[in-house]
Design a protein around this ligand. Sequence first.
Ligand code: RIB
Length: 296
Amino acid sequence: MKKIAVIGSINIDYFVESKIVPKFGETVTGENFFMAFGGKGANQAVSASRLGGDVTLFGSIGNDEQKEVLLHHFINEKVNTEHLNIVDGVSTGAAFIELHNSENRIIIVPGANQYTNISYIEKNIERLLEHDVFLFQMEIPLETIEFLIPILFKHRKIIVLDPAPAQHLAADILDKVSYLTPNEHEFALVLNEQENQESALKSYPNKLIITEGEKGVSFYNGTEIIKVPARQTKAVDTTGAGDTFTGAFTVGISEGKALEECIRFGTIAASIAVTKKGAQAGMPYKQEIESVLKEG
Ligand code: RIB
């Protein structure tokens, strides 16, 4: 099996559930508070590992009270963290998530994630190059991504980039990425184009994969636009649904599955993940996906 390296953020998520969205200057009473493991990098690493991927996570956490809890968590999830960057004097990344009727609003404070920088990558480059498939998101410094992708491309690695939170990407980086998985709100900003979805998909055959939540996932296969429908389930929290999709998709790629099959695998995984609260809590294991596939 191909080895997957996830290079990304690690957060603790602080959830507040409330029926009312407060306006500026207003105080409202919420219904529930809980903490959970999060960060797009960590979420995608856990998603991929639960589905059988051989996953190493490269990223940074603070040398703070969250450190041991996180390291323990990654051991339980069979995510290799031996090359993690433990940074003194800075806190582990945090995300403050308001949950209203299964939808969310998120503010992140990067903290240690900012130290997933070029010098950390340079220190770990030989270990990184031992992997075959590379998975990025954009909660770490953009310069890190722009530095590493050309090196990986030169080594003919498979590169999956989930451009979230969305930022514009230079054309030479886009060219070097194997698969790009923005959602329907992100793709225009990432590609820096005013194009509609159809023309964007046609510009990047078998590479641009646009996710649209419960509407499904689209890509262009060189001949026609293929729409893979989402599996409908009752969502209680969509936080991390995109991460579940991308982690699962990447496992499919690492196993050499066809693109459409990888997308289907990802959509089933995401449909299961949203049935529990917290980004990682509902992420499925392989058997759960297999039983859904058997049901047809
Ligand atoms: O994609 C969901 C994630 O975004 C959350 O877990 C939160 O940490 C933010 O990074």
